[in-house]
Ligand binder design. Structure first.
Ligand code: HEM
Length: 147
């Protein structure tokens, strides 16, 4: 479980994520595809080009910010994303890459708003969400007999 302090800080970033979330996720993909070009093959690049992928990710990040203390309320979202991740062969070791690119993107877009406190809180929060996905995706891979 994340600390109450982290919950409070992450929740306090929700309004800014509502406003600038898509800018952040667009920047996140830019950094990720530049630093890890091999990951591109897992993505539908037309959904990248029309911005729909960044919008979906921004919606998910915002939902998490507002439900960080109510993970049960995110169940249907997690299910949908986890199934899509399994379809596109997402692996546990890729989570730190996305996390790092996301934190960098927050810094780039929010500038001084991305205080060390905010970044630390999101680093901890991301880790928890990543574990939720990794666990659920592991189950789905097992059910499907692939891993
Ligand atoms: C906590 C971290 C993550 C969140 C919140 C997240 C969120 C999402 C969302 C909202 C979607 C769209 C699902 C849909 O189409 O309904 C998605 C799809 C996808 N995600 Fe993630 N994701 C995360 C981590 C990762 C990681 C680590 C990878 C590894 C490369 C990844 C790769 C993908 C791919 C390949 C798709 C499908 C994209 C497509 O349809 O072109 N995601 N993710």
């Amino acid at each position: 479980m994340v600390s109450q302090k982290t919950i409070d800080i992450v929740k306090s970033t929700a309004p800014i994520l509502k406003k600038q979330g898509k800018q952040i996720t667009t920047r996140m993909y830019e950094i990720m595809f530049q630093n890890h070009p091999e990951i591109q093959s897992q993505f539908d690049m037309s959904a990248q080009a029309d911005g729909s992928q960044s919008a979906k990710l921004a919606t998910a990040v915002y939902a998490y910010a507002t439900h960080i203390d109510d993970l049960a309320g995110l169940k249907s979202m997690v299910e949908k994303i986890a199934h899509r991740h399994v379809q596109t062969h997402v692996q546990p070791e890729q989570y730190p890459i996305v996390g790092e690119c996301m934190l960098q993107a927050m810094q780039d877009v929010l500038g001084e708003g991305a205080t060390p406190e905010v970044i630390d809180a999101w680093a901890e929060a991301y880790q928890v969400l990543a574990e939720v996905f990794i666990h659920r995706e592991h189950e789905i891979y097992e059910e499907e007999g692939v891993s």
